[in-house]
Design a protein around this ligand. Structure first.
Ligand SMILES: Nc1ncnc2c1ncn2[C@@H]1O[C@H](COP(=O)(O)OP(=O)(O)OP(=O)(O)O)[C@@H](O)[C@H]1O
Ligand SMILES: [Mg+2]
Length: 271
């Protein structure tokens, strides 16, 4: 079915998948500012950074695009399950950086991480730790992350840390007990939903990236409706657009089937 749908619209791939695929990255002015701020923050080793935004606004897509762009310039570790305990978090980081440790107690892990970061810095490379869904972190795990930000030389932070999460992350960090970590955050970036104009350009961009021409079925009144229902949230725009393409295609199919039945066709055994 999906192959016929693609063929029907002249597409090479699904334009409105809900996976955070960097290939489809669309730069609104907000996404662009966020992208270059983070790139700058990582390259100049700012230490602690924070990226927040409402559900589905493109946080994961943004940092995946960033990782693609940075390529071999950095070594990164990505934690996407922040409900880990503090020691489990350290183990996950060690594993993601592919650091070999003999013993797995906290001290051995910290020592191994420290020498890994030092040798990376000597080689002129940067280490980046990304923690997604960070609004779900326990305060004790956040405290552990603060300790990780202490890896530094006189000149620079050895580990760049990017906390990514929903707006509740800001509320979490506002707790008086977390003042120490809050003060270390040198860059805080917020993503917003798209406006009506950006929604239209976003839809066009995704169709083009998927190999399609023009706006397909998306005329101006349809985009108005999509914008109204999605409030400019990219994930919701994708779901609505995919549904619209599918329904439009099915309508045509139903019509074709009806015509075939009415006028007969060899495939149906009558003439
Ligand atoms: N700038 C963008 N360019 C292209 N696609 C985007 C962009 N922002 C979001 N999307 C699309 O919207 C969907 C949701 O994006 P993403 O998963 O990055 O959001 P999120 O903010 O991480 O959501 P959550 O809060 O649920 O983790 C994905 O399908 C993604 O492809
Ligand atoms: Mg996400």
């Amino acid at each position: 079915m999906s192959v016929m749908y693609l063929e029907f619209y002249g597409l090479k791939e699904q334009p409105f998948n809900v996976t955070p695929d960097p290939e489809f990255f669309f730069c609104t002015s907000g996404h662009e500012e966020a992208f270059y701020s983070l790139l700058y923050g990582i390259r100049t080793r700012k230490g602690f950074m924070q990226l927040t935004g409402p559900v589905g606004t493109g946080k994961t897509t943004l940092y995946r695009t960033l990782l693609d762009r940075l390529g071999t310039e950095i070594r990164s570790a990505l934690i996407i399950n922040p409900k880990l305990s503090d020691i489990q978090l350290i183990h996950s980081i060690i594993e993601d950086f592919e650091i070999k440790v003999g013993k797995r107690d906290r001290k051995s892990c910290f020592d191994a991480l420290n020498s890994f970061l030092m040798s990376l810095a000597k080689a002129g490379s940067t280490a980046l730790l990304i923690i997604d869904e960070a609004h779900n972190l326990k305060p004790s795990t956040l405290e552990q992350i603060r300790l990780l930000s202490n890896f530094e030389t006189n000149k620079a932070k050895l580990l760049q840390i990017l906390l990514v999460g929903q707006p509740e992350l800001t509320d979490l960090l506002a707790k008086p007990s977390l003042a120490q970590i809050r003060q270390r955050i040198t860059m805080s970036i917020t993503l917003s939903p798209l406006d009506r104009n950006e929604t239209e350009r976003y839809i066009h961009h995704r169709i083009k990236t998927a190999g399609g021409q023009g706006m397909l079925i998306f005329d101006s009144p349809t985009i108005d409706e999509i914008y109204r229902f999605s409030q400019g949230i990219p994930r919701l725009i994708n779901i609505l657009c995919d549904k619209a393409l599918f329904l439009s295609y099915m309508q045509r199919n139903r019509q074709e089937l009806k015509t075939l039945m009415e006028h007969g066709h060899p495939a149906f055994g009558s003439s």
